[in-house]
Design a protein around this ligand. Structure first.
Ligand code: FES
Length: 571
């Protein structure tokens, strides 16, 4: 009997081993159960996750590589989350997907896993699951779609939806024209082609060391994705032989490199909450302050939407992730290893920048400080974040009167009311959007600007929310406010007209209300009435156990690793 995990099911002459082998045969070679590595392909392909719909073809390439290296590939469909479709928000289901995948990896006779993801929550949930089971695991990011174009100009999915819809609301574009842009936007298989959450998590997964080096950012229709997927299949077999588990590979140094990368690429704020959750599964004490501290000295090098101009196809053509990492090589931790067993920095073989307008050099960065700023103060005692690179510089120090919305529905109902007491200096506050309050922490923090201000030419305002923001969005948005309003955070106490101070250089976010007055306030009935109170199912479990964004918004009983052991036989 080999020392493989799967041998606990397949080795020996007993009745159970017979059952396990016999039911799995079905054309599989007779030596398949003699210690050959059993590699699951955790596949998030789904027609309802259009960004991942092509992953069955990727899985076939992985299978070929696994067979070629002597392993046995096993397709394992897992929970898939289509960002644009699932209600009320895909983030509500991230932890459920992670939990379901974790349990199926543990419950089955597998020695390693190849994780096929793409759309926003899929790579985070797969990595959280693999980290908790702690078997050799390697990610294949499904890749971005090709550039879209509309009326002769590039059209970035996500980001340009925000821009075009604001144009419609401002009366500068007709509904008919807006609608006609739909089919120009999604031009091929693959996930969003801006530097949104999917692109960010693919690049960050490689920087963490969890992918075949060089694969992240390969467009979904590019044949090199299949070539790299084949190679990943072979690599998975090698990883099992070498015992390269997440707990052996992923260290603080790995997360350091992920944070440097996140800043240099101008990645999505959602990566913060996902990286915190993945680190939590590994017992690595990553904090919000690590993002501010490590990211602070990193320059912005990538000129991609939403903050910049280009799209992922351009990024790949311009040299891709390795060209970026080469520019910040001195900021990377050379001790962090990858799934190959070698350090990340060892894989940067002569990378080049082929288009300096897309990927800037270190000497001429797009911005000096690209990191995510962590704000604290009496409005966010345990932290909130802002992405200064996506904000209006003049608003990074701002003082204004609060205009408060109790919920997304309240905001939608009143935001365009001509009588809304708001001006360009106002601070828009949206609460009830945290993990517990909504529930699920939706991407609504970049709430739309009031129509009457849009018509006056206003294009950005300070916005504050306990929810998240789409990685494809932009603006001066303070988000992930913790504790959230529904968890007793002071955000619940803000009243219309209260003065709020935002000072990003000083990392402050303050409600300028005297302490004694604030202490005397209670949460208004209308505020608490807007918080979710689910009575059954996953939502109930989630609301009862979800943590706050500053710790990754994981469920309290899922933090940490449980390993791969299952105490009992299958009966
Ligand atoms: Fe899937 Fe954007 S909707 S990545």
């Amino acid at each position: 009997m080999s020392g493989r995990r799967s041998s606990q099911w397949y080795a020996g002459d007993g009745r159970n081993a017979y059952l396990h082998r016999a039911w799995m045969r079905r054309g599989i070679p007779s030596d398949a159960f003699d210690g050959r590595p059993q590699i699951a392909i955790a596949n998030t392909a789904s027609d309802l996750t259009p960004c991942n719909a092509h992953l069955d073809e990727v899985a076939q390439a992985v299978k070929n590589g696994i067979y070629e290296a002597g392993g046995i590939p096993l397709n394992l469909p897992v929970v898939s989350l289509g960002e644009t479709l699932v209600r009320p928000t895909a983030m509500l289901w991230r932890n459920m997907a992670a939990m379901a995948t974790e349990e199926m990896l543990r419950a089955n006779p597998i020695d390693g896993v190849v994780l096929l993801g793409g759309c926003d929550k899929t790579i985070p949930s797969l990595l959280m699951a693999a980290a908790s089971v702690d078997i050799p695991a390697v990610v294949i990011p499904g890749g971005p779609m090709l550039n879209g174009t509309f009326r002769g100009a590039p059209l970035g999915c996500g980001t340009d939806v925000w821009k075009l819809s604001e144009e419609v609301r401002a009366g500068a574009m007709s509904e008919r024209l807006f609608r006609s842009s739909e089919s120009s936007m999604i031009r091929s298989r693959g996930h969003c082609n801006t530097m949104g959450t999917a692109s960010t998590m693919a690049l960050v997964a490689e920087a963490l060391g969890t992918t075949l080096p060089g694969i992240a950012g390969t467009p979904a229709p590019d044949s090199r994705l299949l070539e790299a997927s084949h190679a990943t299949g072979r690599l998975a077999v090698e990883m099992v032989a070498e015992g390269r588990t997440p707990s052996r590979l992923l260290t603080r140094a790995s997360f350091h490199n992920a944070i440097v990368t996140l800043a240099a690429i101008g990645g999505s704020t959602n990566a913060v909450v996902h990286l915190l959750a993945i680190a939590g599964r590994l017992g690595i004490d990553l904090t919000l302050d690590d993002f501010d501290r490590i990211g602070a000295e990193v320059p912005l090098l990538v000129n991609l939407q939403p903050a910049g101009k280009y799209l992922m196809e351009d990024f790949f053509r311009a040299g891709g992730l390795h060209a970026v990492l080469d520019q910040v090589r001195d900021l990377l931790d050379p001790t962090a290893r990858t799934v190959t067993g070698r350090p990340l920095v060892d894989h940067l073989d002569d990378p080049r920048i082929w288009d300096a307008d897309v990927i800037a050099t270190r000497d001429a960065p797009l911005k000096d400080d690209a990191g995510i700023a962590v704000l604290r103060g009496n409005l966010a005692p345990t932290g909130a974040i802002i992405k200064p690179a996506a904000a209006t510089p003049e608003l990074l120090r701002h003082r204004g009167r609060a205009v408060v919305f109790e919920s997304v529905e309240d905001m939608r109902e009143r935001i365009d009311d001509p009588d809304l007491d708001v001006d360009a200096d106002s601070v828009l506050v949206l609460r009830g959007c945290g993990p517990k309050g909504y529930p699920g922490m939706p991407e609504v923090a970049n709430l739309p600007l009031p129509r009457k201000l849009l018509e006056q030419g206003v294009r950005d305002m300070v916005r504050i929310c306990d929810g998240r923001m789409s990685g494809t969005a932009y603006g001066t948005v303070v988000l992930h406010v913790t504790p959230e309003a529904a968890a007793g955070g002071p955000l619940a106490l803000v009243e219309d007209g209260d003065e709020i101070l935002l000072d990003v250089p000083a990392r402050r976010i303050e409600l300028l209300v005297p302490d004694d007055e604030l202490a005397a306030r209670t949460v208004p009935a209308a505020t608490s009435a807007a918080f979710a109170a689910p009575t059954r199912g996953w939502e109930r479990l989630y609301v009862d156990h979800v943590g706050q964004a500053d710790r990754g918004a994981d469920l309290d009983f899922l933090v940490g690793s449980s390993g791969s052991a299952v105490a009992r036989e299958s009966h």
